[in-house]
Every structure is written in structure tokens, then in C-alpha cells.
Design a protein around this ligand. Structure first.
Ligand code: 3H9
Length: 654
């Protein structure tokens, strides 16, 4: 039978007596107004057609339904609303079964929850990621999911926003079955249930649950929320499903959804969502084809190099890890194997996955073995002559079209590139440590980097599952330049009257996982000290310079590694050290500064202003392409709370 069209994005065909509805709204089948109206039209048609016994909802393309259309947020509502569509699905008198291929997220998962049956394809995932956008599910998710899978599991899924793969979904009771051909299985299920009493999720009674277990599940979510509002609200709604009837619960959920949708937290997280997508769109690269990368050379297997190697291995690349001696190569291999073993322990990798990674790893002390690499990333000691020598050598070993990447943090990659015969093949890949965990990579577009080399570097980072931010050449790139400015401002405040723990507490209350002084202690104080000494001669004597950090280093306080830094760590715990306070007081006295009190708000305002000024300078210099890129660097590399949107976004709001 011919295709029926119910709206620009919803069509259907008859499979015997079952109406098979397909949503086709690229790129992610979001539930835009025409999808909602199309679904209602399909339901109305099926309700009135006596020869139709049931209905299947499916998505065209690789995603079932990616959720509500986020681009509609903040615009005047267009009927039918998603909750109304979903109520109509659940109340439908003929069976409605969904065939989930790919992701059923947010509103897409809520559509699935309201169906009378859910068949998952092998690649299906189910999730309610709304909290990641600063909202709660707004179309029944917090009320129907606990009815289907119980309160504890629902708190976990909704509170964290994580998605469950098909197998887990079936184990939880979220999906009925996995099928290689979910469409055929869903059609069969619809037909089988025709004329029978239907399982309506909203009418299921939530199984009783131990209060202590609920508290524990809630505490886990709250601990991770870092001051974010939505996860806490989401948990409250899931819990309330146990006390309210469906109608009351839905009304409370809707009110909370609308309130949070208009909140600053949600605006910030939506900004982050769209900024992450925009970051990949580099104007100069439209129509540029990237080079093929399958084999990756990694030079150096220290903390950084082994992290990069693991990341490449788990993303399916062949890796050749180069060290200076066979012994060092062997221990590099062990280090990499150790990280992979930990990933297996924490279930981020299967045992077979680890074996496959190790089979793709070659550790060597022979530089000529890098001849087959399509990309070589160096992660050796951050010293200019070491890196230029290495690049000169690599240049004559690798194929002419192989790409050479430097992971330098502070050196000038243009100088490193100049050591090669063809600097157009050189690019910066600034990973953050530990590289197998941290998501951010600053991709440095050097003066001579060829467009297809830049495009290949972006492709590589994408395949690693990381976030690439393109930046130009400047000392410290985007992140470390802003970090230096922010650190300088924090130290000015120390001299003016604040103490490290006051500044750190203000930052932590704002949402940073750790304040700046605690971070410095964690990283170690000596690298920045060495850098300050190197730059001392060039420093403008008229420039304000705070000597407190130098005094601490001179006193042998190098951070956590020797249990003394900006704090003391007598039993591993961070504690305020009067010796540090004394150093700070002496520094103030030496400059005749009369200390004054700082409120947390002023501390945050000043630190934000320092970050934003530096951010604006980076934009003006063309180092960063957009304010959103700067926000993403600070969020993903420096702990800036995502729910505040990043410094550039936060400044625009205040
Ligand atoms: C919700 O559902 C609320 C309900 O509870 C209640 C309502 C009453 N809307 O990520 P990609 C765009 S809240 C509009 O690169 P991928 C995206 O901007 C929603 N647009 O693809 C990009 O556009 P462009 C809950 C959306 O394959 C393009 O699609 N759902 C939406 O790597 C491709 O995106 C979520 O939070 C949307 N919902 O990943 C899921 N989603 O090309 C959010 C994406 O112009 N989405 N776009 O830059 C995702 O997590 C990923 O996009 C997804 C696909 C996994 C689906």
C-alpha cells in the first residue's frame, strides 16, 4: 500500500492490519511541532480505521527520537504539546508498540515509555538526559520510568542523565526485548496484543522500596551535582511518583519542567550544548577532505604519552609507541597495559576489548618503526631543543603525507614546525592530563598548518571521543593563558587580604570541583616556579608581581607530592597551614598592604573578570574563534562549572 503522509516529517504504511508510522526529521528526529502533529494525525487515523488493529512507531535514520526540539525552547508553544501527544499514545485503545533503533532520548524515551510495548534494536539506547540541559523530563519521564523499572533505577538514570544500552534496558524492564529486526518484531507485538488488555505504564503501581536505599541513590546524585539544581529536582519528582497518582505527578513534573526551562542554569547548559556542536565547525575547512589516519605513533610513554596511546587504542587505532631504550619501551607498554587493566576493572572496557587494544599496540625503541604511522603525536619533555631535534628526525622517517603533532603546553609550535622540511604537516594537539580521561584537546592551527592537516587532526580527536577546540599560536594557548590570568588575580587577592582557603571555598561553592590553590597543589608548584624564574628577566618591573608562591617553593613546599604547598596535607587531608598564612602576611607587610576582607561574591566577580578580560584578548588576537570555544576550554580543562555556562557566558549574564 502507498505511503500515507501525516505531516512533513511523519508518514506511515500499512503492514497488513498494523499501521507502521515513521518519523523522519533529520538530523536527530527531534519532536518538533510537525512531528507531534503528525503523530496525532496518525493516531487519529488509526483510531478511525476499523481494519487497523495496532500501531508501530519507528524512527528513520540512526536515531529513534533525540528528544524535544531544543531549538523550540523559549519560543511560543505550538499545539499539540508533547505531554498531550504522549497521553494520547498511552490512552490509545489499540496497541502502540515502538521499534527503537538508535537512541531514544528525553522526549523520545518518554514516547517509548508511554507505548504499550518497546522493542529495542541491538544498537538502541534509552536515556533521559534532561538534567544535562538543566531541566527535568517534562513529558512524563519522572512518573512513568519508576513505574516501569522501580524508584532506585529511575533515580540513577534520570538523576545522572546517563543512557542505558539495549541489554541493560531489557534487564531493567525498560524495554521488552532486543530484536535484530526491531520493526518486524514490533509489528508482530502490536498484532499479538490486539484486542487484549494493554499494559499502560502510567497505571502500573510502583513497587515498594526501602527508604534507606532511596536515600543512598539520592545522595549519589546530589554528590555529583556540584550545586546544579536540575538533578536534585529530578530526584524529588521520581520520589514523588510513589506518593502521587499519575495526574498529580504529571502536573508537578510539568510545573517543575517549565520553571527550570526558563532558569539560568538551563540557559547555560543549552549554551554549552550548542557551543560543543559549533566548535567542530571551522569556517576554513568546508569542503576540505581529511587525510586517512589508522596508525598513530606516540613518542614518549610517560603519563601524557601513555594516556594518549590508551585513548587511541580504545578508539580502534593501531599505535606505535616510541621510547629511547628497549627497557623504557617495555615499561611504557606495561604502563599502557596497566591503564587498560584499570579500565577493565571499572567496566569501561571489556576483557576482549583490552586484548584487542594490546594486539594493536607496538612499543619500540627504534624510531624507524614510525615509518608506517599516518600521524605521530609527540609527548616528550617540554623542552624546545628536545622537541625540535625530534621533529627533525621524524621528518625524515615518516611518509611525506604523514602528520606530525606536538603536545607542547608552553613552547611555540611554529618554532617546532620550522625544524621540519614541510611545516604544513605540523599541527598542535594539546591534550590534558590524564589524556585517557580528559575530554579536551586544544588543536593548534600553526602558522603553516595545511587545512587538510587541521581537518585530519579534528577528525582524529572526534574519533577519540574527545572535544576539539581550534586555537591559534600563543603562549599557553587558550586554556593556560586564561588560567595564568586567573591565577594572577587570585594571588593579587591573597596579597590584598584573602587567604587561599577563602578563595578556594568561594570557587568550590560556585561549582568548581576544586579551588585554584588546591589545584596548584595537586599539579605541583615547581613547573610554574621554573617558568617564573625563566621569565623573570623579561618581566616589566612596573608590573605587579606577587612573590608568595616563590617564597613557598623556596621553603620546599611543592604541593601535594611532599604534603606541603598552599595547604598542608598531614594525613592526606587538605588543612590550612599557619606557616602559609605567615608567608602571606609577611608579603603584605613588605609592600605595606593593609589587608581587607573579601566576600565570596567579590572573589568570584574578580576571578571571572580576569578570565573574561583574557578571553576577550584571545578573541581580539584571533587565537580563539568564538566566546563559546573559550567557555568549553574552561569547562572541560579547568573545572569551570558547566551549569554556569563558562566565563564568557557567565559574564554576559551578570
Ligand atoms: C527533552 O526532551 C525535554 C522533554 O523531556 C520534555 C519536553 C516537553 N533538538 O549531537 P549531534 C542538533 S530535552 C534540536 O552533532 P550526534 C544539534 O544541535 C531534549 N536539535 O549529533 C546538531 O545541529 P547542527 C533531550 C538537536 O549524532 C545536530 O542535531 N534530548 C537536538 O553526535 C546533530 O547533533 C537530549 O538532550 C534536539 N533535541 O548525536 C539529546 N539534538 O548540525 C540531545 C541534537 O546544526 N542530543 N540536535 O549543529 C544529543 O545528545 C545528540 O545530538 C544525539 C546525536 C545523541 C541525539
Amino acid at each position: 500500500m502507498a505511503e500515507m503522509r501525516f505531516s512533513e516529517s511523519v508518514s506511515a504504511r500499512l503492514d497488513g492490519d498494523v499501521l507502521v508510522v515513521a518519523i523522519d526529521n533529520p538530523p536527530v528526529n527531534a519532536l518538533s511541532a510537525h512531528v507531534r502533529s503528525g503523530l496525532v494525525a496518525a493516531l487519529d487515523y488509526a483510531a478511525g480505521a476499523r481494519d487497523i488493529v495496532g500501531l508501530v512507531i519507528s524512527g528513520t535514520g540512526r536515531i529513534f527520537i533525540g528528544g524535544a526540539d531544543i531549538r523550540e525552547f523559549g519560543k511560543p508553544p505550538v499545539a499539540p504539546s508533547l505531554p498531550d501527544v504522549i497521553d494520547q499514545i498511552e490512552a490509545f485503545e489499540k496497541p502502540v508498540v515502538c521499534a527503537v533503533t538508535g537512541a531514544a532520548l528525553g522526549g523520545g524515551c518518554e514516547v517509548a515509555l508511554a507505548c504499550h510495548g518497546r522493542i529495542a534494536g541491538e544498537n538502541a539506547t534509552f536515556g533521559l538526559p534532561e538534567v544535562k540541559l538543566g531541566i527535568v523530563p517534562g513529558a512524563g519521564g519522572t512518573q512513568r520510568l519508576p513505574r516501569l523499572i522501580g524508584t532506585i533505577a529511575a533515580i540513577d538514570l534520570i538523576g545522572t542523565g546517563r543512557a542505558a544500552k539495549a541489554e541493560e534496558a531489557v534487564a531493567l524492564g525498560l524495554a521488552d526485548a532486543i530484536a535484530a529486526d526491531p520493526l518486524t518484531a514490533a509489528i508482530a507485538a502490536a498484532r499479538e496484543n490486539a484486542g487484549r488488555p494493554l499494559r499502560r505504564t502510567g497505571r502500573i503501581t510502583i513497587p515498594a522500596v526501602d527508604a534507606a536505599a532511596v536515600d543512598m541513590a539520592e545522595a549519589k546524585v546530589v554528590a555529583k551535582s556540584r550545586g546544579q539544581y536540575a538533578p536534585v529536582e529530578a530526584v524529588r519528582l521520581v520520589k514523588s511518583a510513589g506518593h502521587f497518582d499519575l495526574e498529580q505527578g504529571l502536573a508537578e513534573e510539568r510545573a517543575t519542567f517549565l520553571r527550570l526551562r526558563d532558569s539560568e542554569e538551563s540557559a547555560a547548559l543549552r549554551h554549552v550544548f550548542f557551543a560543543e556542536r559549533a566548535a567542530w565547525k571551522v569556517e576554513t575547512l568546508t569542503d576540505v577532505s581529511p587525510r586517512r589516519i589508522e596508525t598513530v605513533g606516540v613518542v614518549g610513554t610517560g603519563l601524557m604519552g601513555s594516556g594518549i596511546a590508551v585513548s587511541a587504542l580504545t578508539s580502534g587505532y593501531h599505535v606505535i609507541a616510541l621510547e629511547q631504550t628497549p627497557e623504557a619501551a617495555a615499561s611504557g607498554r606495561e604502563r599502557i597495559a596497566g591503564i587498560l587493566a584499570k579500565a577493565v576493572q571499572s567496566r569501561r572496557l571489556t576483557a576482549e576489548g583490552r586484548e584487542a587494544c594490546l594486539a594493536r599496540l607496538e612499543a619500540t625503541a627504534e624510531a624507524k618503526d614510525l615509518a608506517t604511522a599516518d600521524l605521530v603525536v609527540e609527548a616528550v619533555f617540554d623542552d624546545l631543543s628536545v622537541k625540535t631535534d625530534l621533529f627533525r628526525r621524524l621528518d625524515s622517517i615518516v611518509a611525506p603525507d604523514a602528520i606530525l603533532a606536538t603536545n607542547t603546553s608552553y613552547l611555540d609550535p611554529d618554532t617546532i614546525a620550522a625544524a621540519t622540511a614541510d611545516p604544513s604537516r605540523v599541527v598542535g594537539l594539546h591534550f590534558f592530563s590524564p589524556a585517557n580521561v580528559m575530554r579536551l584537546v586544544e588543536v593548534v592551527d600553526c602558522a603553516k598548518t595545511a587545512p587538510d592537516v587541521l581537518a585530519s587532526a579534528l577528525n582524529f580527536v572526534k574519533r577519540l571521543g574527545k572535544l576539539a577546540i581550534v586555537c591559534g599560536v600563543t603562549e599557553g594557548f587558550i586554556g593556560n593563558r586564561i588560567f595564568s590570568a586567573y591565577r594572577r588575580e587570585a594571588e593579587f587577592m591573597l596579597e590584598d587580604g584573602a587567604l587561599p582557603h577563602q578563595i578556594d571555598s568561594a570557587l568550590e561553592a560556585y561549582g568548581f570541583p576544586m579551588g585554584i590553590f588546591a589545584v596548584n597543589d595537586m599539579a605541583g608548584l615547581e613547573i610554574a616556579w621554573a617558568r617564573r624564574k625563566r621569565l623573570a628577566a623579561a618581566r616589566d618591573p612596573a608590573e605587579r608581581y606577587v612573590e608568595i608562591a616563590d617564597r613557598l617553593c623556596e621553603a620546599g613546599r611543592l604541593g601535594r607530592k611532599n604534603a606541603l604547598g598552599w595547604y598542608a596535607y598531614p594525613s592526606g587531608e587538605r588543612t590550612i597551614d599557619p606557616a602559609v598564612t605567615a608567608v602571606i602576611e609577611a608579603a603584605r607587610a613588605a609592600k605595606n598592604i593593609v589587608p581587607r576582607a573579601f566576600a565570596s561574591e567579590e572573589i568570584i566577580d574578580r576571578l571571572l573578570a580576569a578570565m573574561v578580560d583574557e578571553g576577550r584578548a584571545l578573541l581580539a588576537e584571533g587565537i580563539a574563534a568564538r566566546p563559546g570555544d573559550i567557555d568549553l576550554v574552561m569547562i572541560n580543562g579547568y573545572g569551570f562549572p558547566a551549569h554556569k555556562g563558562g566565563p564568557m557566558f557567565a559574564a554576559q549574564k551578570s
